[in-house]
Design a binder for this molecule. Structure first.
Ligand code: CU
Length: 331
């Protein structure tokens, strides 16, 4: 300790154990805040109330981390413990009893890695902060090197786990997919033989556009309709068309009902309002594959590239579902 270290290190005295543990809690709080920032946009799309909750949680967790790291007083530690316990408890509620407020109220969400991790961080903060605040460890000290190692390992662990959860969420569709389906992108484009009734819908992102819940219906003649939800996180955009190796033409269609007859009208494009959501669903808007070169059967997957004016091309590998898997007979 005292021999080979440079002067700067030698001048460091023993480090307060509570201080070290507090910095660990602050790091966990930063991890939870980053996760909440990352999912803020998609929750805001669902309802501003959800967005506000995630935004407020993230900023408060970030602020608490900064405050507690510089001033680990008992009231500040206990405030963090109570706040994080409340957020973790709310998470448990939404995964068991159901979401208490907003358009999705009553629905239960599936627990994914990303939200389980954030809640794990919060629970650890709550327990850790309480223990630090109520314990009498003022006299306990660590060698500077050990304190630095503990903080360094905590920082790397939090950063690695948080990053992994973000990768997992973006790759798996996670919260984004409309039906709560987890989409595991299957490598290669070959057709799957298992004829599932409702294979997981596809999702993808380009620029500020996220497409989720995408699926095609099995072909009728040489045509098939594709449904999906388009969410825009930035400026206004426009879906102008698409292409697929499976068909000669890809058009945007709108169903119009006049009297007793329903007809499909091709559209030049489909405006996606800034920060808005457009749903292409049975009986309304859809993407139409025309002049199919192969029969699309339930369980197949079809590659479709959508063309947006601003966001550019967005490639999807869309599952094919049986006609009976969708409500309403009309495309
Ligand atoms: Cu159509």
């Amino acid at each position: 300790m005292t021999m080979a270290l440079p002067a700067g290190y030698r001048s460091l005295g023993p480090v307060d154990f509570r201080r070290t543990a507090t910095i660990g809690c602050a790091l966990l709080s930063v991890g939870a805040a980053v996760i909440h920032f990352a999912v803020l946009g998609e929750h805001w799309q669902e309802w501003w109330g959800y967005g506000l909750f995630f935004g407020a949680s993230a900023w408060l967790q970030l602020a608490w981390a900064a405050v507690v790291a510089s001033r680990p007083s008992r009231p500040i530690l206990l405030t963090g413990a109570v706040g994080n316990l409340a957020i973790a408890a709310l998470w448990l509620l939404t995964r068991t009893a159901g979401i208490p407020l907003g358009p999705a109220s009553g629905e239960t969400e599936d627990a994914a890695f990303i939200d389980t991790l954030a809640s794990g961080f919060e629970l650890a903060i709550a327990l850790g902060s309480t223990a630090i605040a109520l314990s009498h460890l003022e006299r306990l000290t660590l060698r500077p090197a050990i304190a630095a190692a503990v903080i360094g390992i905590s920082a790397v662990a939090v950063a690695t786990l948080t990053t992994a959860s973000l990768v997992d969420a973006s790759g798996g569709g996670g919260h984004v997919s409309a039906g709560g389906d987890e989409h595991e992108a299957s490598s290669g484009g070959e057709h799957e033989e298992g004829h599932e009734a409702t294979p997981a819908a596809a999702s993808g992102r380009a620029g500020n556009i996220i497409v989720s819940g995408a699926y095609a219906r099995e072909s009728e003649g040489e045509e098939a309709a594709v449904y999906l939800v388009i969410a825009d996180f930035g400026a206004a955009d426009r879906l102008v068309g698409g292409s697929t190796p499976a068909a000669d033409d890809v058009q945007i269609h709108e169903n119009r009902v006049e009297g007793a007859t329903a007809s499909m009208q091709p559209l030049d494009g489909l405006d996606i309002p800034a920060g808005g959501n457009v749903e292409l669903k049975p009986g309304g808007l859809h993407v139409m594959l025309l002049g199919l070169r192969e029969v699309l059967e339930p369980g197949d997957r079809v590659n479709i590239t959508l063309q947006f004016q601003v966001a550019g091309m967005l490639a999807l590998e869309v599952p094919v579902r049986a006609l009976t898997a969708t409500e309403g007979g009309n495309p």
